[in-house]
Design a protein around this ligand. Structure first.
Ligand code: NAP
Length: 284
């Protein structure tokens, strides 16, 4: 359940310290469940609310950020770049990715921006004991794809190929941008990541690449950023062609949230409880 920023600011929900998710359409977000579970676990007297913000309502961000009970925010589509102008500083990873998904209000009331999507992506790879991929393919050229580029660079990946439907229109420093048809002539890779929305919502039954392409690329790791469904068509195909490691987006969702929670509260994130709570909610 989400609420418009206009209604939120005039509601009694602001009477306690609060964290918010800022996005255009946040209705189906799992962040309120994740963070309210963690806040309750630590008996922290604060609430987490998903806010819908239309383009016309962006001016209200000043009022929101200045509110004495505002403690921090997550940021999602399409405001990960917009919020940068309200910040006093950004951490190194947010600077590199160029996008902010976490805001913290400091003691002096200034705002710091972070990007925890990178950590959210890398952590499950490390937990699974996967060696640093030498060559990686990332499908899609949006905000999540940029975070994954940074993540692979942190993992020491030597060659990164970003795949776009319009490769001639996408420019990324130090990255080869290619089209989908080029995948069939690419030398095998170690990892492939789906950072497109293909496999969710109205295109739930589709995969961004075919079984033939996956067989040809022969990756050791297939990672889908989509978390609903937890096992996408892309991951099903990867499993069927024998890909050794398959990771779903729920891990990234939880670990980016874990990092955000620790940045905001300086307390440990109750990981096991949150996974249990989400698994009971997210039935494929
Ligand atoms: P986005 O900005 O909308 O970008 C998605 C990219 O995918 C686009 O730039 C586009 O690249 C490509 N694309 C879009 N529609 C497509 C279609 N119908 N067919 C093929 N390619 C298409 O979205 P995003 O924020 O980067 O997020 C991408 C995915 O990651 C979403 O599914 C999102 O839910 C997921 N995500 C998950 C987490 C997590 O915590 N698990 C975090 C962030 C994002 P081209 O135009 O260049 O082809």
């Amino acid at each position: 359940m989400s609420i418009s920023i206009t209604d939120f600011l005039s509601s009694e929900l602001t009477e306690i310290p609060f964290y918010v998710l800022l996005g255009e359409k946040t209705d189906y977000s799992h962040s309120p469940l994740i963070h309210n579970t963690a806040l309750e676990f630590h008996s922290i007297k604060a609430g987490y609310f998903a806010l819908n913000i239309s383009k016309q309502e962006i001016v209200l961000l000043n009022e929101l950020f200045a509110h004495p009970n505002f403690k921090g925010a997550n940021v999602t589509i399409p405001y990960k770049l917009t919020v940068k102008e309200y910040l006093s500083k950004m951490d190194e990873i947010a600077e590199k990715v160029g996008a902010v998904n976490v805001i913290k209000k400091e003691e002096d009331r200034s705002l710091t921006g972070y990007n925890t999507d990178v950590f959210g992506f890398v952590h499950p790879v490390k937990l699974a004991g996967i060696n640093s991929p030498d060559r990686a393919v990332i499908l899609g050229s949006g905000g999540a794809s940029s975070a994954v580029v940074e993540a692979f660079q942190m993992l020491g990946t030597r060659e990164i190929f970003m795949v776009s439907r319009k490769p001639d229109e996408v420019r990324r420093a130090g990255i080869s941008v290619i089209g989908y048809e080029d995948l069939n002539t690419l030398e095998p890779v170690d990892a492939i990541v789906n950072a497109t929305p293909v496999g969710m919502g109205t295109i739930i039954d589709e995969s961004p690449v075919s079984a033939e392409t996956l067989r040809h690329l022969n990756p050791d790791l297939a990672y889908d950023l989509i978390y609903k469904p937890q096992t996408t068509k892309f991951l099903q195909i990867a499993g069927s062609v024998g890909t050794r490691h398959v990771l779903g987006g729920l891990l990234m969702l939880v670990y980016q949230a874990a990092k955000a929670f620790e940045i905001w509260t300086d307390t440990a994130f109750p990981e096991e409880l949150v996974f249990e709570t989400l698994n009971a909610t997210l039935i494929d």
